[in-house]
Structure formats: structure tokens, C-alpha cells
Design a binder for this molecule. Structure first.
Ligand SMILES: [Fe+2]
Length: 287
């Protein structure tokens, strides 16, 4: 089964969102949506999500799933807004509970913040499957970037989130709380054990030195041969040494604090205060 995949690239956060459609019907899944957020003013904007909505409506698609590959740290999810406009169930990996526990503590969320994943409509476990129309989706738990990262394999297309990036850019960072470069190595080996012709759709692109265009689609075969961090049979030890050294040089993503607080709630803002105002926190010297 070869789903029709339409990509939407958000230049503000380098995020790729995907609309994945059953070629024999209207059933659709949306993977990793974006709610625009202007940090300096604290204002949200739905321009990116509205592009997805316009496409879904123009093509008369029926959204069955709104999937998150993980709790993103660099952009806010538009899942609740898309759900309100288009329907569908919001799904994420069941290890979200670990992420909620970690960041519930960091943001002092108190007991009213549930850490059981109940904000989401579906929690997927390793080996689960689901359907988008006639297409089957398989769920792989692919931790490393975060403990809750999932890869969704729908027909011949794998949505790998932040595990592998394009072959010339490499792999995702592993230095967020609960991240692990050795876990990421093992997770990537699982993705690379899919058939060589499997299409891989990555969660971000930043261009790579010498490449002028953004890109987000590759294959398992290309990754195995060419990925600069892990291709050509790179060993676990080599990868871990490279990844950890590189991560030590990286700054925090611009939107990490708002992103985590919103995305661990399935894209909902924190509850309004007694005046009806919604606030996000900035924990000092904690991340
Ligand atoms: Fe991420």
C-alpha cells in the first residue's frame, strides 16, 4: 500500500507536517502539526494549521488520526485546533507518561496535571497497529531523542519524527531529559531493518552544508548507505561518541519552554487562572 503523502514545511521551526492519505479513499492521518507561536509577544496564530485544513477540505479528506511522533520541544502542536476543525483522534506513544512525569516536576504542575496520558485519545505501545481507511499503520517505539518517540509505518511510508534526519544532516539530538544516544542508535537500527524501498519522512530539515533546498523524503536504502552519522555500518560506540560530543555544543531550541508545557497536554494550553488568563511558566535554571 502506497499512501499519498503531502508535506507542509514550517520555515519558522523547520518542522515538516504530513497529511497521509489512503490512495483508495478519503481516509487521512495528520502527522506532527504546528501551531504558530511568537515567543516575544506570547501570541499564537493558526496560519500553518489553516494551510493543512484548507488542503484537507479542498481534497474532501476524512481525518481519522492526528498523530504525534513525540512531545516536540521546538514547536507547539496544533492537534486540538485541527481536531476541532476536522475531527480525528489524537494519538501518541504510551511512554508520554514518563515525559509528563519529568516535565510535570520541572514546571511544578501540581496534582491537577494528570501524568497518565489521559489528555490524548489514544496511547500507542510498541507493536500496536491502527488503520487509516484500508491502510494499516504499525507502531514502533523508537526512543533516544525522547523516551516516548514513536515511528509510524503506514503502508510503505515511515514517519520517523526526530530519529533520522536527511542523510546529509544525520540524526536528532539526544540530550533532552530522558534522551539517550545509545537508545537512539538501537531505534535507528530498527528503522533501517525495514525494506530498503521504504519511504522515510523526517520530522525536521535544516538544509545541510552544500544543500540549498529543504528536503524531507528519503528511503531506508539511502539512509543505510549515506547517513553521515549512522550510515555505512557505523558502530554503536562511534555513534554515541559523535552524538554526545555534538549535543554538548547545541543550544536549547527557542521554543522549548512553551512547547513542552503545551505539547505534554496534547497541545492544550495550561488551564486559565482565576481571572481567565492563560499563562506559561519560565522555570529559572532548571532545564
Ligand atoms: Fe523533537
Amino acid at each position: 500500500m502506497t499512501p499519498i503523502v503531502k508535506a507542509f514545511f514550517d520555515t519558522a521551526t523547520n518542522t515538516v507536517s504530513y497529511v497521509v492519505r489512503d490512495p483508495e479513499g478519503r481516509a487521512t492521518a495528520i502527522v506532527d502539526s504546528v501551531l504558530d507561536f511568537h515567543h516575544a509577544s506570547g501570541r499564537t496564530n493558526t496560519a500553518s494549521a489553516d494551510e493543512v485544513i484548507a488542503y484537507v477540505k479542498a481534497e474532501d479528506l476524512k481525518v481519522e488520526w492526528i498523530l504525534e511522533t513525540h512531545v516536540h520541544a521546538d514547536h507547539l502542536s496544533a492537534a486540538p485546533y485541527l481536531q476541532e476543525q476536522l475531527g480525528g483522534r489524537i494519538g501518541i506513544g504510551d511512554q508520554i507518561t514518563v515525559v509528563q512525569d519529568t516535565f510535570g516536576k520541572i514546571f511544578n504542575e501540581g496534582t491537577e496535571f494528570q501524568r497518565d496520558g489521559s489528555q490524548f485519545d489514544a496511547l500507542f505501545s510498541e507493536g500496536d497497529s491502527f488503520h487509516v481507511g484500508q491502510m494499516r499503520g504499525d507502531v514502533l517505539h523508537t526512543p533516544g531523542h525522547t523516551p516516548a518517540c514513536m515511528t509510524y509505518v503506514i503502508g510503505d511510508a515511515a514517519f520517523v519524527g526526530d530519529t533520522l534526519f536527511m542523510p546529509d544532516f544525520g540524526t536528532a539530538r539526544c540530550d533532552f531529559p530522558g534522551g539517550s544516544s545509545s537508545d537512539l542508535y538501537q531505534s535507528i537500527q530498527r528503522i533501517l531493518s525495514l525494506p530498503d524501498e521504504t519511504r522515510i519522512f523526517v520530522g525536521h530539515d535544516y538544509k545541510a552544508p552544500g544543500r540549498d533546498e529543504f528536503a524531507w523524503e528519503t528511503t531506508v536504502g539511502e539512509q543505510k548507505a549515506l547517513n553521515i552519522h549512522i550510515g555505512a555500518g557505523r558502530s554503536l560506540d562511534e555513534f554515541v561518541e559523535m552524538r554526545d560530543a555534538r549535543d554538548a555544543t547545541l543550544g536549547m531550541p527557542r521554543l522549548i519552554l512553551p512547547s513542552l508545557q503545551v505539547n505534554m497536554r496534547a497541545g492544550q494550553m495550561p488551564p486559565a487562572d482565576e481571572h481567565g488568563d492563560v499563562m506559561l511558566k519560565v522555570p529559572i535554571n532548571k532545564i
